[in-house]
Design a protein around this ligand. Structure first.
Ligand code: PBG
Length: 312
């Protein structure tokens, strides 16, 4: 039975990965505040992104901003829930008015995993092999190394994609190691990819917590869950993405981390076929300023013509 006055109401998507992440946040909140787990409710929402899982369109074209969060954001702003738990990489850079990302849990493994039933690595795939991904970043990074690969649409939650791989829908795919780890499916990975060739998506591997911007009670409640180095890195990566987002729909990789007390950020953008790419990096102490600097450097390198191609 649900308690009449819960300590908190968490909103999440219903995929096994999303539920695992919401339960992790519930467990951490329960521990931090000495409240029973059943005093923290988990409410499941179906988002536009969930409803369009069956389609073949790239994720980047299925509805734009907040496609994996909109229904949860609305419930948060309406006061029907107190906390939204998200995969940070699925959170749009422009947040709805009145909402903020208040905390980020310590980041999981940031890398992408290569998965294949037949090949040990991307180099071992046969000529013209089917590479399953609906991520324009993963497609571009794979085709940079192997222009012969045929990209086939590959949607659905992690287990769906694992099953599609076994069914031979594709010869190989890429999945975030973080998601595999959280689902206890790390053994499915054939190889873990070097971030120099496969720079992860901005904010990959970090669980983010959204609250109402003016909600001091829940700002205090989630503060103990925040991991400062992760928070800084995600802010830098998301700021870099925001600079690029405004002007294009292009494959983007980003990776920030704290090293010797300094925040480092690398970013890359690629052409859809992966044959052209630009890289920039920087270091600093202010995550937003660093993200802006690296983002602007990428825009400068690519030039305005580069971005014009996306506005037909
Ligand atoms: N868009 C789906 C999505 N959103 C977050 C993750 C993985 C977990 C994470 O990055 O925190 C995944 C699956 C994947 O890319 O393999």
């Amino acid at each position: 039975m649900q308690s009449p006055t819960p300590f908190a109401r968490i909103g999440t998507r219903g995929s096994p990965l999303a539920l695992t992440q919401a339960k992790l946040v519930r467990a951490l909140l329960s521990k931090a505040h000495g409240v029973a787990e059943d005093e923290i409710e988990i409410e499941v929402f179906s988002t536009g992104g969930d409803r369009s899982q069956a389609g073949n369109a790239p994720v980047s074209t299925i509805g734009g901003k907040g496609v994996f969060t909109k229904e949860i954001d609305e419930a948060l702003l309406d006061g029907r829930i107190d906390i939204g738990v998200h995969s940070s990489k699925d959170v749009a850079t422009a947040l709805p008015d009145g909402m903020r990302m208040a905390a980020f849990l310590e980041r999981e493994d940031v890398r992408d995993a290569f998965l294949s039933v037949t090949a040990k690595g991307i180099d071992n795939l046969p000529e013209g092999a089917k590479f399953g991904t609906s991520s324009i970043r993963r497609a571009a990074q794979a085709r940079r190394l192997r222009p012969d690969l045929r990209i086939v649409p590959f949607r659905g939650n992690v287990h769906t994609r694992l099953q599609k791989l076994l069914d031979g829908v594709a010869d190989a795919t890429l999945l975030a190691v973080a998601g595999l780890n959280r689902l206890g499916e790390a053994h499915r990975a054939t190889a873990l990819l070097d971030t120099s060739h496969f720079m992860p998506a901005p904010a990959q591997g970090a669980i983010g917590i959204a609250i109402r911007a003016d909600d001091e009670r829940f700002a205090d409640a989630v503060a103990p869950l925040d991991h400062a180095p992760t928070h800084a890195a995600i802010l830098a990566e998301r700021t870099m993405l925001a600079i690029l987002d405004g002007s294009c729909r292009t494959p983007v990789g980003a990776l920030s981390r704290v090293e010797n007390g300094q925040l480092l950020l690398k970013g890359e953008i690629l052409s859809l076929d992966g044959q052209t790419s630009f890289h920039a990096e920087g270091a600093g102490s202010d995550p937003s300023a660093l993200g802006e600097q690296v983002g602007r450097e990428l825009v400068r390198q690519a030039g305005s013509e580069w971005f014009r191609q996306w506005h037909q």
